[in-house]
Design a protein around this ligand. Structure first.
Ligand code: HEM
Length: 451
């Protein structure tokens, strides 16, 4: 470990770049996280390198991560690459800042209160059961596509009271066009390039227009039919505390598209990797099934079972340790500041990576080993909170975290009761993360019904 990891006091220290950092950042557009992980293993807590005309600081120390997300959060905004997401999401919860973000967060938060999420649980089980009823013994599926379709139906129903099952292919296709475009955005003059009438940009805009048609359709339906007791009705009815104004259709669209995308892509990826991990660890799968038999017997789960499905939750948690869907979280310093005693100049980008920290042997013994017992009751309290942060932290903590846990646990409990899945022999597991940690070539698996 380099001297970068020394605990420092007094005047902030200036970090220096080394050739390893420059090399890792040069590879970023092609290989993304892997070279940075190798570099950070050598550097320790914090390291810096220039790229894309910006100064980057990578943190791999829980106290420093907490400083960035919690105690010094006022010194940071989202990083410049959120500009890419803003092209799709507009000024929604994920991309907005300061007072406006706070106001929107307050308005949307009630949709994610414990009781509301408990209420969504039934739809989660219902759609998972429907999927299980369609599956056939010996059938080959792309588990990533299956989980995307399932998560999309769940978000459509729970948040927008809309059955989008027949739209899932359209949305999946739109996302396949949209997300890889982040590589264009990161290229030199990327934001300017995105405005040119080149074929990929035209496809990009067409895909966003397709999503808009879906979302504005749901908004129009809701306006016509009145309060449906769902999130979209809440957004349409919400009034500004000060001037009593309602949100414009555009603002409702921005929040809706944010929740629609953020609410299904990440959970679906976490579930896909869970099926993969189970297929590689029959002993874990056997314990999972034993818990399901014990808690559920021969009935499907209900939201009330959630607290008792402890091992199921541990399996989902351990999967997100090794395969965190949001593998990097970035911030931009809006003024000169410091972290861990090191100076962070204005406009520098600070990157926290759940992928790197959660796979670091400094915090996780034998980090490559898949072991859900790391999350057995009492275990998490033994670690620093920010050695595990798949949902971020502080003010910008994922608003959908309780929703994602409920969905992960109930979907697994519903499907794994009857089904096991094996990765097709010959399929090489790889991920080429764009915005999220999607598996390359999907996850081809063969389904087997349990005896
Ligand atoms: C396994 C599933 C999920 C993972 C791993 C995940 C991860 C994250 C992370 C890391 C952030 C923080 C980003 C940052 O600080 O820059 C975030 C924010 C957010 N997530 Fe999630 N998320 C998941 C599921 C969901 C669900 C189910 C929803 C909605 C239904 C959702 C909606 C959001 C929104 C709106 C934000 C922005 C919150 C704000 O800034 O106030 N996410 N998510």
């Amino acid at each position: 470990m380099s001297s970068n990891s020394a605990a420092l006091t007094g005047k902030p220290q200036t970090l220096r770049t080394n050739w390893r950092g420059r090399w890792a950042m040069l590879q970023f557009p092609f290989s993304r996280i892997a070279p940075i992980e190798r570099w950070m293993r050598q550097e320790g807590d914090i390291a810096t390198a220039p790229a894309f005309g910006l100064k980057f600081y990578f943190l791999n120390n829980p106290e420093m991560i907490e400083e960035c997300l919690v105690s010094r959060h006022r010194d940071f905004h989202k990083d410049p690459f959120y500009g890419f997401l803003a092209l799709i999401l507009g000024n929604g919860l994920l991309t907005s800042e300061e007072d406006f973000h706070l106001r929107q967060r307050r308005m949307i938060q009630p949709a994610f209160h414990k009781q509301r999420v408990h209420g969504y649980g039934e739809a989660m089980v219902h759609y998972a059961e429907e999927m299980g009823a369609r599956w056939r013994d010996g059938q080959q599926v792309d588990m990533n596509e299956e989980m995307m379709a399932l998560a999309l139906s769940i978000v459509g129903k729970t948040l927008f009271n809309s059955d989008v099952t027949d739209k899932t292919e359209e949305v999946a296709h739109a996302l396949e066009t949209i997300l890889p475009m982040v590589s264009w955005y990161e290229a030199p003059f990327g934001p300017q390039l995105m405005k040119l009438p080149l074929p990929p940009m035209k496809r990009f805009r067409k895909a966003i227009a397709g999503l808009d048609t879906l979302l504005y359709g749901m908004i129009a339906e809701h306006k016509a039919s009145g309060d449906q007791g769902d999130l979209l009705s809440m957004l349409l009815a919400a009034k500004d505390e000060d001037d009593q104004s309602v949100m414009s259709d555009k603002q409702v669209r921005d929040e809706a598209v944010t929740l629609f995308l953020a609410g299904h892509e990440t959970t679906a990826i976490a579930l896909t990797w869970t099926w993969y991990c189970l297929s590689q660890h029959p002993e874990v799968e056997a314990r999972l099934v034993a818990e399901l038999n014990d808690v559920l017997g021969d009935r499907p789960p209900t939201p009330d079972d959630y607290p008792r499905l402890q091992y199921t939750r541990q399996v989902f948690a351990e999967t997100m340790r090794i395969f965190p869907p949001a593998y990097m979280i970035g911030r931009s310093a809006i003024r000169d500041t410091q972290i861990g005693g090191y100076e962070i100049p204005k406009d520098a980008v600070v990157v926290l990576s759940p992928y790197i920290t959660q796979r670091s042997e400094r915090f996780w013994p034998d980090p490559e080993r898949f072991d859900p017992d790391r999350f057995a009751p009492g275990e998490s309290e033994k670690r620093h909170k920010f050695t595990y942060f798949p949902f971020g932290g502080g003010r910008r903590l994922c608003i959908g975290e309780p929703f994602a846990w409920m969905e992960g646990v109930l979907v697994l409990a519903t499907l794994a009761r009857h089904w096991t899945a094996q990765v097709d022999p010959g399929h090489k597991i790889a991920y080429n993360p764009h915005v999220t940690l999607r598996p390359v070539g999907g996850m081809p698996m063969t389904l087997k019904r349990r005896a």
